[in-house]
Design a protein around this ligand. Structure first.
Ligand code: FAD
Length: 327
């Protein structure tokens, strides 16, 4: 029997979509292997109604609702997760690939003496060799990894491939007592957080409309904002756009920006340099608009429009507005 634990990350009580995607992906894999059970752990107070209809499958949700877990504290989170891993004899621990998990997962791998498979774009299987894949060298190499130790920790942007059927969901809730170790710790704790105005959260978005240097100016991004609004998505950017100061760094996608995994990625006037592609490899569908028919972005696009963004975007927006009016 293989027991998996998925860590559900929350901020201000809102559970990250990337964590829910991770749970749903692990559930999908578990349907292929009856010897796998899946549990989830949510640390901090959160309204569980937000999870209804979004989490698939069968399992146990452990809720550590103590308000002191509402903010990330590496020591507290490590001890909480370690306790549950031991109590439930879990062999595999899953995180969404986020800023928090990039800090927490390596710490846990040392504490638990576990294999760490970080930044997995796809999890193929959790009970075989070559269990996950990851893009290396800005996406020029796709490497397969397999854990070597009895305990494994994955950070992943892997998403489920099938829609959720809420009627097939059976998740029982276990409320955890406030742990004693919080009082006992002498380590520093986070007393407050200052949130900066930093643009949209591209890592959480299901639809991203991204613009590159070919957009021409900061003002030209208004069209992308409108397209993103109509599609229910957010705006992203390539690095030169951020370097020019047209968009905030939080929106930068790629090797030195964010790694995204939307259902739809619309790349407008982006050439498709390897450093940009490194961040969009997990997108389900890529649409590219570029005036250069030989732009490398077309090599990874599912749909391509060869043309000037300043002519194509207004037509796209107009068509979408008409379509939405008729619905
Ligand atoms: C270490 C390192 C890390 C990096 N990290 C990142 C990163 O995280 N993210 C990132 O994006 N880049 C990154 N880069 C930069 C990367 O190499 C590219 O320079 C960058 O991605 C190019 O951005 P772009 O496609 O917007 O611009 P360009 O390469 O200038 O491409 C502009 C595109 O727009 C098209 N175009 C121009 N005008 C129009 C128009 N009117 N209509 C339609 N199409 C038009 C052109 O045909 C062209 O394809 C990194 C580079 C290095 C060395």
């Amino acid at each position: 029997m293989k027991r998996c634990l998925v860590f559900l990350e929350q901020r201000e009580g809102v559970v990250k979509q990337a964590s829910i995607d991770t749970w749903n992906r692990v559930q999908e894999l578990a349907t292929l292997r009856p010897d796998i059970t899946v549990s989830a752990l949510l640390a901090g107070p959160a309204d569980l109604r937000q999870l209804e209809g979004r989490m698939a499958g069968t399992g146990v949700l452990y809720l550590a609702s103590d308000a002191r877990f509402s903010r990330y504290n590496p020591e507290h989170y490590q001890r909480l997760i370690t306790d549950i891993m031991k109590r439930e004899a879990c062999s595999d621990l899953f995180f969404a690939d986020t800023v928090l998990s990039r800090d927490l997962a390596p710490r846990l791998s040392v504490r638990l003496k576990a294999s760490l498979l970080s930044g997995c774009s796809i999890i193929e299987d959790i009970a075989s060799e070559a269990s996950c894949t990851r893009a290396l060298y800005s996406g020029s190499v796709i490497a397969s990894f397999a854990p070597r130790r009895p305990l494994s920790i994955y950070t992943t942007s892997s998403r489920p491939t099938h829609p959720i059927i809420p009627s097939e969901t059976h998740i029982s809730l276990v409320l955890l007592e406030p742990p004693g170790f919080i009082e006992a710790t002498l380590l520093p704790v986070v007393c407050g957080m200052v949130m900066r105005e930093s643009g949209s959260d591209v890592t959480e978005a299901g639809i991203i409309v991204a613009g590159g240097r070919g957009m021409g100016s900061a003002e030209d991004f208004e069209q992308l904002e409108e397209l993103a609004r109509l599609l229910g998505g957010v705006v992203g950017a390539s690095r030169p756009v951020v370097d020019e100061g047209w968009r905030p760094h939080a929106e930068q996608i790629g090797q030195t920006g964010k790694t995204v995994a939307p259902a739809l990625y619309v790349a407008c006037a982006i050439s498709g340099a390897p450093q940009h592609l490194a961040g969009i490899g997990s997108s389900r569908k890529v649409v590219a608009i570029n005036s250069d028919p030989h732009a490398p972005i077309f090599d990874v696009a599912d749909y391509g429009i060869v043309g000037d963004v300043h002519l194509v975007l207004p037509k796209l927006i107009e068509g979408l507005q008409e379509f939405l009016k008729k619905r």
